[in-house]
Design a protein around this ligand. Structure first.
Ligand SMILES: C[S@@+](CC[C@H](N)C(=O)[O-])C[C@H]1O[C@@H](n2cnc3c(N)ncnc32)[C@H](O)[C@@H]1O
Length: 215
């Protein structure tokens, strides 16, 4: 897969990635990471976590990827066709304020995006999706209806979802992404947050059953 450090792009295979990951206890992936600010924040706050930021656009990542902590990696990829090197790694997935094909894929249940999210997620991986009114309006959806739609799509594609919650301006303002700030101080500061957990199958046993058995 293609990774970025400053202006320097390079290819990393699964073996090289495994070497980088070896000393970390857990992996967080941020899809549509934008300028990577959230990745740097999580990496600094949790030194035991390896944080991978994924975005289709390289330009915004040049700056942060040059100076981000050692427990970060920036991958240039379309979330609708995630690199196979990421398979089965993520204990936590975040998608903060998606737009364009990323929000369209969440609303429409794009097959590539849904298969990719399931593929990268470990059993019981947590997923957090934050949606804003402006991006949903551009995609042709009202805030509540759009958030409910994304929740239903994720629920239909292997995630057990909690009820959608509003994300008030007081939460948006300190939230450590560039778009959270833009939205909080912009014309339409409405946002919603979705939270879920991946379920799946291992050798014919669903993880929920496995949990029930182990209890
Ligand atoms: C509004 S920005 C949000 C950036 C960041 N998460 C934040 O909160 O500041 C949306 C990001 O999604 C990325 N994006 C859109 N479609 C994508 C796709 N199919 N695959 C990967 N990234 C995508 C864009 O390049 C952009 O950086």
């Amino acid at each position: 897969m293609e990774t970025l450090r400053g202006k320097h792009a390079s290819f990393m295979d699964s073996a090289a990635l495994a070497e980088r990951l070896a000393v970390y206890s857990t992996i967080h992936m941020d899809m549509g990471t934008g300028d990577g600010r959230y990745v740097a924040h999580v990496a600094q706050a949790r030194p035991d976590t390896f944080v991978i930021g994924v975005d289709a656009c390289r330009e915004n990542l040049i700056d942060i990827s040059r100076r981000a902590p050692a427990n970060t990696l920036f991958v240039i990829a379309n979330a609708q066709a995630l690199p196979s090197e990421l398979t089965g790694l993520a204990a936590h997935i975040s998608i903060n304020f998606p737009w364009g094909s990323l929000i369209e894929g969440l609303l429409n249940g794009d097959v590539g995006l849904m298969a990719g999210l399931m593929a990268v997620a470990r059993p019981n991986a947590v997923i957090d999706v934050r949606l804003n009114g402006g991006a949903l309006a551009e995609a042709g959806w009202e805030l509540e209806a759009g958030a409910a739609r994304v929740q239903a799509v994720l629920a239909a594609n292997g995630f057990v979802m909690q009820p959608v919650k509003p994300m008030p301006t007081a939460e948006l303002k300190p939230f450590p992404t560039t778009w959270a700030k833009r939205i909080a101080f912009g014309r339409d500061p409405r946002a919603m947050v979705l939270h879920g957990v991946r379920v799946g199958e291992v050798e014919g046993i669903s993880y929920r059953e496995e949990i029930a058995i182990s209890i």
